[in-house]
Design a protein around this ligand. Structure first.
Ligand code: PRT
Ligand code: ZN
Length: 320
């Protein structure tokens, strides 16, 4: 075999090799694009839920481009397509299957009475639906509302509360600025969303009865395809890791070795902490993860037990 022939054969081998791998690569891209559909997720276009909803997906590593005035956006790194809508329309779109998933306040979900799944509570946009009356009026429980008129944007949730308490009252359904109803003589009381309470206060009202607790929730269509169910599983896995991380802190501290058993006992709960010797004789460094809710009590107990140089660090993701 002469040199030219060897060269020719090898070159044609490499050309074929690269052609085939290019083909495989192209096939992979087209297969992914053609076979994998996008899950459609409806989020509020602009309002109290928008920023936290977008942040949640970003923290889950799902890119979405919410350019000004856009109504739709396809994620560049995840099989998801986002629809930006008014929050009141989201449960209906999810029920009809126009969107597969959506994020709304639980108050809007329950009031809409749409047939969708509550997939997950998301822990942001926490608020309450409460009855409020003029500051000078008295309130002795639900009976004080007998035969009164109450202004609200939540007639279903209010009638449920009135029915459960056997109260007959006149419900005035209005779509906004509910808090001014008593001062303009439209109603004796209001039933509205309260967060800090300052809106009620500045309108001469006092909160007398909470009737519903709300937070943002992820809702889903009842008949998701198998493929969308598996995409939802991936989203939930990521949301859980983000939420777990938000509920925990990473803690590092130094302690004399004789105090280790007591300190380890205080921070026990998760897995066994990491203990490493310090350069200073008789001292160790302890690393662990603490739950946010018992955080300050534990820090105090650790200090009392002899812990020093305590460092507390936020955790970005927690995959257990
Ligand atoms: O335009 P679109 O229809 O999409 O939005 P929207 O104006 O109907 O809703 P938006 O953005 O105001 O609220 C979306 C969701 O956020 C609600 O459905 C609740 O689940 C939740 N949320 C949390 C609140 C509040 N906090 C809140 N404070 N929704 C409304 N308020 C209003 C309330 O109606 C009252 O006027 O804020 C005032 C009271 O606030 P405080 O802090 O003074 O008590
Ligand atoms: Zn709305």
């Amino acid at each position: 075999m002469n040199f030219q022939k060897i060269l020719k054969e090898n070159i044609s081998f490499f050309i074929n090799y690269f052609k085939n791998s290019e083909l495989i690569l192209c096939q992979n891209i087209t297969t992914r694009e053609v076979l994998m559909q996008n899950i459609r997720i409806a989020i509020q276009k602009s309002g109290r839920l928008s920023e936290d909803s977008i942040d949640l997906f970003k923290e889950c590593g799902i890119k979405l481009d919410m350019g000004k005035g856009r109504l739709k956006s396809v994620s560049s790194n995840f099989n998801a397509e986002f629809l930006f809508l008014r929050d009141d329309d989201i449960p209906g779109y999810v029920e009809d299957g126009v969107a597969d998933l959506g994020i709304v306040g639980e108050n809007v979900l329950v009031e809409s009475a749409k047939n969708v799944d509550l997939v997950k509570k998301l822990g942001f946009s926490k608020c309450r639906l409460s009855i409020a009356i003029p500051r000078e009026d008295s309130f002795d429980g639900a009976q004080s509302l007998q035969n009164k008129s109450i202004a609200t944007s939540y007639p279903k949730l209010l009638s449920k509360y009135l029915k459960e308490n056997d109260i007959k009252a006149n419900i005035h359904e209005i779509s906004g600025s509910v808090e001014i109803a008593p001062s303009i003589g439209l109603a004796d009381a209001v039933c509205d969303i309260v967060s800090s309470g300052s809106t009620l206060l500045s309108n001469g009202l006092k909160e007398v009865q909470e009737i519903f607790k709300s937070e943002a929730v992820l809702i889903g269509n009842k008949n998701l395809s198998a493929e969308n169910k598996s995409i939802l599983e991936k989203i939930l896995f990521r949301i859980n890791a983000v939420q777990k991380a938000q509920d925990h802190k990473y803690i590092l501290l130094n302690a004399p070795n004789e105090k280790l058993p007591e300190i380890i006992n205080i921070i026990a709960g998760m897995k066994s902490p990491t203990v490493m010797p310090l350069a200073a004789e008789g001292w160790s460094s302890i690393h662990s993860v603490l739950e946010e809710k018992a955080f300050w009590e534990k820090i105090e107990a650790l200090r009392n037990a002899g812990a020093e140089g305590i460092l507390v660090i936020p955790i970005e993701k927690m995959i257990l």
